[in-house]
Design a protein around this ligand. Structure first.
Ligand SMILES: *Cc1c(COP(=O)(O)O)cnc(C)c1O
Length: 291
């Protein structure tokens, strides 16, 4: 039977790298007593906060859940949020989930939101509450510019790092939240590392961190001083928990992330070199710090 061209040559949308060590770690958890949120999730959160440099990390069921919880914590109904039209739909949907209002700001040639235009919006309208920026395809937004906007306009900043875990700009690591209130990550298989489905939020704010923990778990607050089983519901929350099965995969993947990045960078470099003599031009200049 003839093989069609498509069968011989197809470029997958994405392809994860899973090795035997990843599999062993997951099997170990499957054979143990706890498979949902337990010690592996805590270890994964510690590893994420160490890797990004942020004080706190909260692991959740996917990147969209991370955006939803961050939006519940940062925004109120009717708030105006500057965001980018060049992203996966989840970034702006999260603003709508909490009945806030996305305002789409045009992008620069590198695919990222134009921070000069953001500044014009902020000058004209001081009621704008937040900027939801996306480090598109691994290129970080200019961190000095973010810092200036944060200081000048006291605006909330959320960094969508779904494409950019491991990226660096001017010595600032993606998700360290040096000049932002929080950052979100996705561990869908198409991203730089995977947990199957999964996501996380990083922040340096203890208050935000504590809010997120409650929102991730049905709005429940345990009061073990009353009784070990006693809890109260303090707010309308969700079940956005990650499992220990996924977290074990996440820990294993994160330990190899820098190798994944090295390989991606080598591939990008190769594209840039080989396309040089062709009419096809890469969309962005090569950036060592991109993820
Ligand atoms: C993938 C992605 C998300 C959503 O992540 P999920 O884990 O698929 O829910 C959000 N923002 C951007 C920029 C993404 O690429």
């Amino acid at each position: 039977m003839a093989i069609s061209v498509q069968e011989k040559f197809s470029i997958p949308y994405g392809k994860q790298t899973i090795n035997q060590s990843d599999i062993d770690k997951v099997v170990e958890i499957l054979n143990g007593p706890l498979i949902t949120t337990g010690p592996q999730v805590m270890k994964f959160e510690e590893a994420l906060s160490r890797y990004t440099g942020a004080n706190y990390a909260v692991a959740v069921s996917n990147g969209t859940a991370a955006l939803h919880l961050a939006s519940l914590a940062l925004l109120e109904e009717g708030d105006k949020v500057l965001t980018t039209p060049n992203s996966f739909l989840a970034t702006s949907n999260a603003i709508l989930y909490v009945k806030a209002k996305p305002i789409f700001v045009d992008i620069c040639e590198d695919g990222n939101i134009d921070l000069d235009l953001c500044e014009q919006y902020l000058q004209k309208d001081p009621t704008i509450k937040a900027i939801y920026g996306v480090h598109f395809s691994g290129n970080l937004l200019d961190q000095t510019h973010l810092k200036a906007l944060k200081n000048r306009y006291k605006v909330m900043i959320l960094e969508d790092c779904a494409h950019s875990i491991g990226a660096e700009n001017l010595g600032v690591k993606a998700g360290s939240c040096a000049f932002s209130d929080c950052a979100i990550f996705s561990f869908h298989p198409v991203k730089n590392m995977t947990t199957g489905e999964g996501g996380a939020i990083t922040t340096n704010s203890k208050e935000l961190y504590e809010k997120l923990l409650v929102l991730r778990n049905h709005g429940m607050v345990r009061k073990s001083d009353v009784a070990p089983w006693y809890y109260e519901m303090h707010t309308l929350g969700f079940n956005y928990r990650l499992t220990d099965i996924q977290a074990a995969l996440g820990i294993s993947q994160l330990s190899r992330l820098d190798k994944f990045l090295e390989k991606r960078r080598a591939i990008v470099k190769r594209y840039h070199r080989l396309l040089e003599e062709t009419p096809v031009k890469p969309l962005y200049a090569f950036d060592e710090g991109s993820a």
